[in-house]
Design a protein around this ligand. Structure first.
Ligand code: PLP
Length: 387
């Protein structure tokens, strides 16, 4: 789409007021941490007021928000609440999955090159523990991540751990094709959706992953330290990482807590982190997911695609190359620079009040619905000034 193309009626073009953003800054850094929604800040303040009135908390309050949050995550993912656990970090979710699967000696665990460290370290350790081989997929120039991953999936693969887009630059992995290949050789499929959930729709019935993790503070627009872990029902009988009281059956009967039970609460709830009630963070996450479910990823993605396409066109006019639209996600653009220009460009952007990140060899540009035409112009001018 060009900047002058007609705008489809369903795009979300006027949402800036819903975000806490500083007009002096052009913020393109949601891939690092999102700006806060006003509704999320309001939820945090209300949560603090409630917490300050401890005497008003009832036993039901230990469960009510958590139940709603689990249901809201499930709606966003198009799945059932019983498949969702609440986790403080992607590393926690991945550790839970790694502790509950086993693979044959000599089989292969497949991850992407330059994968986010929490994902890499989990599978590197898992491979060592199971005497398996860690296969780190790199791509040839011009090759898509999808083709590079597919080339490594054969009957030796036992785990395929992939994101929907690469965290450094938004390059796309076609999860449908990767899922089909993984299932075709009976490999476990584990998705880190930290850089895509909240923008890109996932069809879990089609993908049938064993598990999916996502952090809450990027594209889920929520607080730090709370996000969902989706676990397929075939793994609902596993062992959580810790033995906390609230994950056990009957934990809502406070008078009977010392009548210890061997059974857990149903579904993926057994994998919830201890103190998951999290009186401060849960209402914040709930407000964020409610907003995302009201916007809906099917509308968020094309709205952000329109922005990233305009940024891509502007960068190309400056003689820079970015991934073609069909090889990148709708919400993140990575751009690399010839020679030693990257530090100079990063400094120019900082001076111009443009907030974004450098990851590996890419400048990572990640707008959201608060982004304006003026923000994009400021970004492009600051890049041009340093070339
Ligand atoms: C792809 C991806 N996964 C996970 C994380 C965060 O990991 P953790 O929750 O383990 O801190 C990030 C943060 O940048 C990320 O980009």
């Amino acid at each position: 789409m060009t900047e002058t193309a007609a705008v489809p009626a369903d795009l979300l073009l006027d949402e800036r007021d819903k975000f806490e953003v500083d007009d002096r800054v052009a913020y393109f850094n949601t891939a690092q941490i999102s700006p806060l929604l006003r509704s999320v800040r309001a939820a945090a303040e209300a949560a603090l007021d409630r917490r300050a009135a401890a005497h008003t908390l009832t036993s039901r309050d230990w469960f009510a928000d958590v139940d709603q949050l689990r249901a809201a995550y499930a709606t966003l993912l198009g799945t059932r609440a019983e498949c969702i656990a609440l986790t403080p970090a992607s590393s926690y979710g991945l550790a839970t999955v790694a502790a509950n699967i086993t693979v044959p000696h000599g089989s292969r665990v497949v991850v992407l090159k330059d994968e986010f460290p929490s994902n890499y370290y989990t599978w590197e350790r898992f491979a060592r523990q199971h005497d398996a081989e860690l296969v780190v997929v790199s791509r040839e120039p011009g090759q898509t991540w999808t083709d590079a991953v597919l080339a490594q999936i054969d009957e030796r693969a036992s785990v395929v751990a992939v994101p929907n887009v690469h965290w450094t630059n938004g390059s796309l992995v076609d999860l449908v094709r990767v899922a089909d290949a993984a299932h075709g050789v009976h490999a476990r499929l584990v998705i880190d959706a930290s850089q895509s959930l909240g923008v890109m729709s996932l069809d879990l019935d089609r993908l049938r992953p064993d598990a999916l993790v996502a952090v809450g503070y990027k594209w889920l627009l929520g607080p730090y330290s709370l996000g969902p872990l989706y676990i397929d029902s075939s793994l609902h009988g596993g062992e959580p990482l810790e033995q906390n009281w609230i994950s056990r059956a009957g934990s809502d009967d406070f008078s009977g807590l010392a009548a210890y039970r061997t059974e857990y609460r149903p579904g993926a709830e057994r994998y919830d982190v201890g103190e998951r009630t999290n009186y401060q963070l849960t209402p914040m996450a709930l407000a964020a997911i409610r907003q995302l479910n009201a916007w809906r990823p099917e509308r968020i993605a094309p709205s952000l695609r329109r922005r990233t396409d305009a940024i891509a066109a502007g960068l190309e006019r400056l003689g820079l190359s970015v991934e073609p639209a069909d090889a990148r996600g709708p919400h993140i653009i990575g751009v690399s620079f010839p020679g030693d220009a990257l530090p100079r460009v990063a400094e120019s952007l900082q001076r111009a009040g443009v907030s974004l990140s450098v990851r590996s060899t890419s400048l990572r540009i990640a707008p959201h619905l608060h982004t304006t035409d003026a923000d994009v112009q400021r970004l492009l001018e600051a890049v041009a000034a340093a070339l």
